[in-house]
Write a new protein. Structure first.
Length: 121
């Protein structure tokens, strides 16, 4: 992602990994929960990814874009600071997990085990 952002923005973007434990220590409301989520995603990546289908997501939202497509459409907004609501830094940008996640919400259909996916009957 950092390499794609660097190309799209025309400036260096550095990925700064943050461990789940460090994330939990940030101290903002919800940091523990987000740190736990990142820990689960790391420790159970196969299970986490298996429960999420790109095809299902596209069936719910046919306008779903790839990261490349989204970045091509929004690079100018990122450079202007419009996406973050503030001016973008002039030098290298650090990409770190954010406390405020802005992801379009969609209702998900969950099976009896709480997994997201298409309804199976």
């Amino acid at each position: 992602m950092a390499a794609w952002l660097s190309r799209a923005l025309g400036q260096e973007v550095r990925y700064q990994p943050v461990t789940p434990a460090a994330y939990r220590a940030f101290g903002f409301p919800g940091a523990d929960d987000l740190g736990n989520m990142f820990q689960f995603n790391h420790d159970f990546s196969d299970d986490f990814c298996a429960a999420r289908s790109v095809e299902f997501s596209r069936s719910v939202n046919p306008a779903l874009q790839s990261f490349d497509g989204w970045l091509a459409a929004n690079a100018k907004r990122i450079r202007s600071g419009e996406v973050a609501g503030r001016a973008a830094p002039r030098r290298g940008v650090d990409v770190r997990p954010q406390a405020r996640l802005s992801v379009p919400a969609a209702r998900a259909i969950r099976d009896s085990r709480g997994r997201v996916g298409p309804r199976t009957a």
